[in-house]
Design a protein. Structure first.
Length: 150
């Protein structure tokens, strides 16, 4: 199965089915697809991954944002294994907390900063090389991954 690659729609459908079937691999295969069964069997019992639909969706979002239209199960596991944690999805909060923790004055020229200004500031200072993040359809959190591990 690791040699096969699936579209984002196939992943989303399989993830929805796995969750709606209460992560039962037999029901997932019988009622949906081998990919849904794989999610139930492999991803959920994998060493760093729990039944966290949001984390799986965020990993798929990271890959999609990087232009990967089709993803193999092996690739998804690699991304999930690089999970670094989650934060709020508010760039202003992230920038203010980072500045406070590191004794940096948070200053912007040209008036009141926008969310994009906070985003650029934080990414330029608080994100290390290889660190990537994505949100989910639910919102509220950013899930961080280490792309140097995949």
């Amino acid at each position: 199965m690791d040699n096969l690659r699936y579209s984002r729609d196939e992943w989303d459908s399989a993830l929805e089915a796995a969750e709606s079937l209460d992560w039962d691999p037999v029901d997932a295969e019988e009622q949906h697809s081998p990919l849904a069964q794989w999610l139930c069997d492999q991803v959920i019992d994998h060493d760093k991954v729990e039944r966290d639909v949001a984390r799986i969706e965020a990993a798929l979002n990271v890959l999609t944002e990087r232009g990967e239209g089709e993803v193999s199960p092996e690739r998804l596991i690699d991304v999930l294994n690089s999970y670094q944690g989650e934060t709020v999805d508010d760039w202003r909060t992230l920038a203010e907390e980072y500045a406070d923790e590191n004794g940096i004055e948070l200053v912007f020229l040209n008036g009141t900063p926008t969310e994009d200004d906070y985003h650029k500031w934080y990414v330029g200072r608080g994100v290390w090389a290889g660190e990537v993040c994505a949100g989910t359809s639910v919102g509220g959190s950013l899930y961080w991954f280490d792309s140097s591990k995949w």
